[in-house]
Each structure stands twice: as C-alpha cells, then as structure tokens.
Design a protein around this ligand. Structure first.
Ligand code: FES
Ligand SMILES: [Fe+2]
Length: 344
C-alpha cells in the first residue's frame, strides 16, 4: 500500500502525470530564437538548431537560475545571457567562460525534454527520475493513417486542464450547451450510458444511440493521453461521414491549459480536397463557435468547482477517468518514494 500524501497526489495531478508525451504547441511557435513556455510544472525553452530540429531544456540556467531563453542560440547549444554558460541539447554545461574547469563545466545540470513533431505539433516527453527514456508515441488512426485528413486547432484556455478533460468525457453537455449548434440539437436528453473497456482505455457511450449526436467519448493512453469523439454530420457537411475529433490537453499552470483538437474526416482523393475547402470556408468558423461555448463555460468555473459536485449517472465516464488518472499518480509517486527518489 502506498503512503504517498494526498497533497503530493494533488500536486502531481495539477502538473500532469509524468512518463508520457504531451502536446506542447504548434510547430510554428518554435523557430531559431529561444521560446519560453510553461508546461506540466516546468518552464521549458525551445529552439531549432541550424538543421531545423527542435530541442527543449528546462528554462533555467544551471549557474544562477536565470531563464536560458534570455540567452543566445548557438546551434546545438544555448548560451546564457547573464554570464555566458553554454548548455547543450543534452543538458550539459559544455562551456563556463567565467570559470573554466569549474565543477559546473561538463556536468549534466539541466533537465532535457525529448521532442517529436507530429501532425503540425511539438510533443515533449515529461519523464520522472525513474523513466528518463520515453515510450513510443502512438497516435490514433485519425492522425496517422493517410485515409484521414485533419486540421490542428490549438487554443489556450484560462482554466485547469482537468476541467477540459471532464468536459470531453461528458457527451451530454452537447445536447444542452451546444443545443443551438448544427448537428447537436438531436438526441435523448435522458440517455443511459455504459463503459466499454478497450485495449488502451475505455469508451463511455450512450446505450442504444449512435450517430445521432455527440454519443460517446473514448479515452486512450498510447504514450500520450488522448480523447476521441465523433459528431455526425448532415449531408450539407460534405463527404467523409462523421466528423472525428482527437483532443489533447496540457497543463500550463493551475489556471491555464493548452487545448488541442484535431478536426478530422475519413476522406481521400477529391473528397479530401472538397472537405479541406469546405472546412476552411464554412465549417471552421462554426467549429470555433461551438468550442467557444465550452471555453466560456469552463473559464467561468471557480478553481474549486469540482469540490462542490453532486454527480449523477451521466458523469460516470469522467468519474472513471479521474480514478484511472489518480491511480496512476499514486503509482508514480509510490515508485519514486520506494526508490528514494524525489518527486519530479
Ligand atoms: S546565470 Fe547563466 S551564466 Fe550565470
Ligand atoms: Fe463541447
């Protein structure tokens, strides 16, 4: 049994579980100048080397702690703007101009974050002391199969990322909050739900209702945590059948989060071109309008809104996911404590 404290679990949950990949930002946020972004309890600095490959380090100089992002990029290293210490992409202080030969020189003193660029986004691996090597990042078929075409839609919301996860695990809000929206005005407002296990997570779905409304949400962890849902489309929505959404949500701070939705359809050939045209000209504005309804609602919540709930059966999906993630947090903290490591 674990003896990790409730406070430690809550702190870890607020920063986001460790040992997985996180969606960080669109690829075009990062160029050759250093960019500082807070994610998952860290301040990170990102830049591209001369070959265009993106790198990330903790944004704190190992000498006196000023942000490395205030320094100068020198290809595969960054020189701190304060006293010139150079930290390379492995987190090693390779040059200490003010004190050559000092203990700092040659030491691996800065935390590194392995990166990948996929589907227009930068992903970073956030591991703890026991898991320095990242797992494989397997993205759902909507983002990895040529049969699908997708648009990345990134936003930052003024709220805790967990509220966004809860929102997506709650298909019933579609029938109410998005009632006025195209394609979400149908469906039973008193539906019953069930949970179906999958090899990578579970599906929370309405019993006896498919392809009417926002009828189910899938949660999966495949190196990263993602959620999937489909919204049926009327014929006027063009080819490709249901509209698929893949969501990923990353903590920025306790009051900010990065919100990512890929809007996808199963289309190829001329249908793909039609959908991409239609999306840009007709659908995108509507989709943002729907998402704004979620954002406004969640940003209005007080930080402790989820301490004052009276849940009912429609909330079974989010209750289950909260429990799954909490158990993972306890397991991560227990493993660190057992190994005498300090909590990441
Ligand atoms: S604080 Fe960075 S070199 Fe001194
Ligand atoms: Fe919504």
């Amino acid at each position: 049994m674990s003896n990790v404290s409730e406070t430690a679990v809550n702190e870890l949950m607020a920063k986001g579980l460790r040992n997985q990949w996180y969606m960080i930002c669109p690829s075009n946020f990062v160029a050759d100048k250093p960019v500082s972004l807070r994610r998952c309890g860290y301040r990170m600095v990102f830049w591209r080397d001369t070959t265009g490959i993106a790198h990330a380090l903790e944004d704190r100089c190992p000498h006196r702690g000023v942000p490395l992002s205030c320094g100068i990029v020198m290809g595969d290293r960054i020189a701190c703007g304060y006293h010139g210490v150079q930290v390379d992409t492995n987190g090693v202080a390779v040059c200490v101009p003010g004190a050559p030969g000092s203990k700092l020189e040659g030491s691996k003193s800065t935390k590194t974050f392995p990166l990948q660029e996929r589907n227009g986004m930068i992903f970073a691996y956030v591991g703890d002391d026991l898991h320095k090597e990242p797992p494989e990042l397997v993205l759902p078929e909507e983002l990895s199969s040529p049969e699908f075409s997708s648009f990345p839609c990134y936003a930052e919301w003024a709220g805790d990322y967990r509220y966004v996860i809860d929102n997506v695990m709650d298909p019933m809000h579609g029938t109410f909050l998005h009632k006025q929206s195209h394609s979400m005005s149908f469906g039973d407002t008193k539906a019953s739900f069930a949970i179906r296990e999958t090899p990578t997570g579970f599906v929370f779905e309405k019993e006896g209702q498919r392809n009417v409304n926002f009828d189910w949400t899938e949660y999966a962890q495949t190196g990263a945590l993602w959620l999937r849902l489909e919204i049926p489309y009327p014929k006027t929505g063009g080819p490709g059948g249901n509209f698929h959404i893949i969501g990923m949500y990353t903590p920025i701070s306790e009051t900010m989060c990065a919100v990512m939705h890929w809007r996808c359809r199963k289309v190829s050939g001329w249908q793909r071109d039609t959908w991409r045209f239609l999306y840009k000209n007709r659908l995108e504005a509507r989709h943002w309008h729907v998402l704004e309804q979620d954002r406004v609602m969640l940003e209005q919540c007080d930080a402790d809104a989820n301490q004052h709930e009276t849940l009912y059966a429609h909330d079974m999906g989010l209750v289950r996911l909260r429990r799954v993630l909490r158990n993972q947090a306890v397991a991560q903290l227990t493993a660190l404590a057992d190994a005498g490591r300090h909590v990441a």
